[in-house]
Ligand binder design. Structure first.
Ligand code: SIN
Ligand code: CO
Length: 372
């Protein structure tokens, strides 16, 4: 990590003093920062049906929100506007590299790099997010106002989540390369001063309900109970419409077969957190190399994960795009290396991982050639 990124704080100091606790403004966090995209490149992404994009307009004090893809007509409308594109790290090496600058936070918490372009006066209004976010100023300037207020009441019926009573307590004008960290649910409002681009590194957290829903689905998909309800000692009921105590008791016993432990939870988390979002698709190579040619290539040039691939691990078990796989001790160091660095150099490719890398390559999960 570059020492300027957190304003001279070490990652440990940042985590203990600020993470999930209080905001931090860092001037010149990324000196000379221009950002991976210019206006035209970002607006091109906002026209793609493979990207999640939104636009927000303010016309005569009224807020308007639309979801993409957009056509260029959208940016010719009058009044301040903002276009926001999520998941830019899935399509740009530079955007992915910016996201990975924050690898002092586990990848399991990392969500995406959202990028916005706004015209003078544009913004998404006073609001709060449920995620931690690092807001890095790209091109142009933005005025941030923030507030530690507890009152997070939102305006009823507004097209976007806007705070009803925003009472800012701090204000800054940020310039290219400045960074503002905000913990979850911290009220903020950023207004563009002239054309402006902002890069948001966001971190995911799930609600208890979402985790429970996901876990129950996972259990259901992985459950295999034996036996079938049986009642060889059935007695004639007083009323045939009544569910008997015996039946309830026997079913309760059968359901005791649904058990889980920390290993089940770890496997669930690995699958859940490495599962690509629903709009993400991989592109397998149209004419894959034969295994021997593939091996020659990665032994010469290394191997890298596709930008869309998510690879996490816990102990011996690795999770690749939602699927678990066990590893041998000969594979583990190389898999941990590629999980961390997203690529592996030619000299770190060992024979134990070549077959696995070939499978990943054929699924579009990785490609020959390490990053420069
Ligand atoms: C933006 O880039 O305009 C929005 C960022 C935010 O307030 O979360
Ligand atoms: Co926000």
């Amino acid at each position: 990590m570059n020492s300027t990124l957190l304003g001279g704080l070490t990652a440990d100091e940042f985590l203990s003093k600020y993470w999930q606790k209080k905001p931090l403004l860092v001037r010149g966090a990324i000196p000379g920062f221009k950002g991976p995209f210019d206006r035209a490149q970002l607006l091109d992404l906002a026209q793609s049906d493979e990207m999640e994009s939104r636009m927000v307009w303010q016309t005569d004090g009224q807020w308007e929100l639309e979801h993409g893809p957009f056509t260029p007509k959208a940016w010719r409308r009058k009044g301040p506007w903002t276009a926001l594109v999520s998941g830019t790290n899935l399509v740009s090496n530079e955007a992915d590299a910016l996201l990975r600058e924050f690898n002092f936070i586990p990848y399991a918490r990392l969500d995406d790099l959202m990028v916005s372009f706004a015209t003078d006066g544009g913004g998404v209004g006073p609001h709060f997010d449920n995620y931690d976010v690092f807001l890095i100023q790209g091109m142009g300037r933005r005025r941030w106002r923030i507030s530690a207020q507890r009152d997070l009441t939102v305006i009823d019926g507004a097209p976007l989540r806007l705070l009803k009573h925003f009472k800012p307590s701090k204000e800054w004008i940020v310039e290219p390369g400045d960074l503002l960290y905000l913990p979850p649910q911290y009220a903020h409002d950023g207004v563009a001063i002239g054309d402006c681009m902002t890069y948001s590194v966001g971190f995911r957290t799930a609600t208890a309900q979402e985790l429970a829903d996901g876990f129950l689905t996972y259990l259901q998909e992985n459950l295999c109970l034996r036996g079938r309800y049986a009642d060889p000692n059935l007695e004639r009921p007083r009323n045939p419409a009544e569910i008997s105590d015996d039946m309830v008791e026997q079913v309760a016993q059968m359901l005791h077969g649904i058990t889980w432990n920390k290993k089940t939870v770890a496997n669930f988390l690995g699958a859940y957190l490495s599962e690509p979002k629903s709009h993400v698709f991989f592109e397998p190579p149209a004419r894959p190399l034969a295994p021997a040619a593939f091996e020659r290539l990665i032994r010469a040039n290394g191997f890298r994960l596709d930008l869309k691939t998510q690879l996490l691990f816990k102990g011996h078990c690795f999770y690749l795009n939602g699927e678990p796989f066990e590893t041998t001790s000969a594979q583990r160091a190389a898999f941990r290396d590629i999980a961390k660095n997203r690529s592996i150099s030619a000299n770190a490719v060992n024979p134990a991982v070549i077959d696995a890398f070939y499978d990943w390559y054929c699924s579009g999960f990785g490609h020959p050639g390490a990053f420069a």
